[in-house]
Design a protein around this ligand. Structure first.
Ligand code: FAD
Length: 473
């Protein structure tokens, strides 16, 4: 027999559940395995930064597999075409193994694939791999889902977490099913085109870079709880794009933290809590599958958000006139990644200062973030907009100037992304419009001409936001 391992967001050869289980099966049955990747036209038509990074990761993985003598077959088309082409090329195929998506569009696709394979008499075997606990594992005593993080975390913490799975490359090679030709030459060509057309370089990608990052991060683990909110510093692991594409396994990360936990105490505890937030959001999205469109808190489902394309564009471009907001939004454009503190402040600004619908922000982040995870992004947006489970209360509105002074006191982060302000003294970096005329001359800086004047009055908008929410109650 031949078993297909379908890679989707788990581009690694170690500690990969579907691959591990497939190998176990091959060792027992003497069967072989093939590596598959389905290229869906839906995701390859419009290449945004999120997809660009994803495809470049797939490319890196394909090359790495090739070095090991393993071909990652790229199969282009709808789900039905993917199945049809694979079965035509490999009539001995008896099963497809994959790591399941529990939520969102991935779950819908998985359900279709299971059905289609069953119709053809092929078994579909799927595994939990992307998270430490499944979406339904951590629930209240009465079986209901948690809506508040703290009690969820208490229960989550008590559950034993799975250990990493060691996979031998030699065995992978031994049981690999070699094929002279590719399953879908068109798919290979189409994929090469996508890669050739890409104009962005994302730096080092893949499994070994992720392992290096984890190693580097262990040196600063102990300060995580202190530095994780300072965007100018290297204070967080920056592993999110790697977790999203699955070039590193969540079990490997978790084990590393637990190993160091005795020495680093609070840093590790805080880090584990962040991983648990990721699982909390996965659980919420599972139980509330409409939440990409609908606020979890029903009373805020139909708030009268304003419509203002000009504001939305200014926010996207990093031209709001609030340096900390503009720095965050420009980091996103340049790097496809944004520091967590900035995600919170910029999301709050869009919804509570610009009074624009959180769904517009969620969709923009979906295109731009290389670490885009549907459940986490929706959860983060609903949290910041005060419309989700365990969200910040609506009357607590982030003040962009106070946030800036607190988390970037010297303006180091701002200066990195808003070069127009790089010569200004720290005292004025958070509110450049307050620069006295004599200093404006000295620094050759003119507000509105060199950098936008503030586009809104924060205190006024804050009142409007509170009124908006009160109206919804
Ligand atoms: P670290 O601080 O090193 O944390 C380690 C890991 O824990 C992260 O890689 C991530 O997987 C998880 N994590 C950390 N913070 C959170 C959090 N607040 N919620 C859930 N999981 C967390 N994260 C994404 O991975 N994808 C998204 O699409 C995404 N969208 C967001 C949107 C908004 C509006 C907000 C407020 C947050 C969002 N986050 C998202 C969460 C968080 O900002 C990122 O996970 C974090 O900045 C990634 O950087 P890091 O790997 O250095 O994190």
């Amino acid at each position: 027999e031949v078993v297909g391992v379908w890679f989707r967001r788990d581009f690694r050869l170690n500690d990969q559940t579907a691959l591990f289980q497939c190998l176990e099966r091959s060792k027992k049955s003497g069967g072989k395995w093939v590596a598959l990747f389905h290229l869906d036209p839906k995701f390859s038509e419009e290449i945004c930064p999120h997809h660009d990074y994803f495809f470049q990761t797939v490319y890196e993985f394909k090359e790495k597999c090739a070095e090991a003598g393993i071909r990652l077959h790229i199969i282009y088309g709808t789900v039905d075409e993917f199945i049809k082409k694979t079965l035509e090329a490999i009539p001995e195929l008896t099963a497809i193994y994959f790591n399941q998506d529990e939520v969102g569009s991935g779950k819908i696709r998985d359900d279709v694939v299971r059905k289609r394979l069953a119709e053809r008499g092929i078994s579909a075997t799927s595994f939990l791999d992307t998270h430490l606990t499944s979406a339904t594992q951590v629930v209240k005593a009465d079986g209901q889902p948690y809506k508040v993080f703290t009690p969820y975390f208490r229960t989550w913490s008590k559950i034993a977490k799975p250990a990493p799975l060691q996979i031998s490359l030699n065995e992978l090679q031994e049981y690999y099913y070699p094929m002279d030709s590719s399953i879908d030459p068109n798919g290979e060509r189409y994929f090469s085109n996508i890669i050739m057309k890409s104009k962005r370089s994302w730096g080092a990608l893949g499994e070994s870079e992720a392992a290096d990052r984890l190693e580097r991060f262990t040196a600063i683990f102990h300060t995580y709880h202190i530095k994780r909110d300072i965007p100018s510093e290297y204070g967080t692991s920056q592993l999110s794009p790697f977790l999203k594409t699955g070039v590193i396994s969540i079990r490997t990360i978790y084990q590393k933290i637990v190993e160091c936990q005795m020495d680093i105490g609070e840093g590790a505890h805080t880090y584990i809590k962040e991983l648990a937030w990721r699982e909390f959001y996965n659980m919420l999205y599972y139980y509330y599958p409409q939440s990409k469109q609908q606020a979890l808190r029903e009373e805020y489902g139909n708030l009268a958000w304003e419509t203002d394309q000009e504001r939305l564009d200014k926010w996207k471009e990093g031209m709001t006139g609030f340096p900390i907001i503009d720095a965050g939004m420009r980091q996103l454009r340049q790097e496809g990644w944004m520091h967590n503190r900035l995600r919170m402040i910029t999301a709050s600004f869009l919804t509570k200062d610009y009074l624009l619908d959180w769904r517009l922000g969620e969709r923009y982040f979906e295109k731009m973030l290389i670490d885009y995870e549907e459940a986490t992004n929706i959860g983060g947006w609903q949290w910041a907009a005060s419309v989700g489970a365990d969200a910040v209360p609506y009357f607590r509105v982030f003040n962009p100037i106070r946030q800036s002074e607190r988390f970037d006191p010297l303006g180091e982060y701002i200066k990195r992304y808003v070069p127009e302000l790089k010569d200004l003294p720290a005292q004025y970096i958070h509110e450049p419009w307050k620069l006295p005329p004599e200093l404006a001359v000295k620094y050759n800086f003119e507000i509105d001409s060199d950098y936008p004047a503030p586009t809104i009055d924060h205190q006024l908008q804050r009142q409007k936001a509170i009124a908006l929410f009160k109206g919804g109650e």
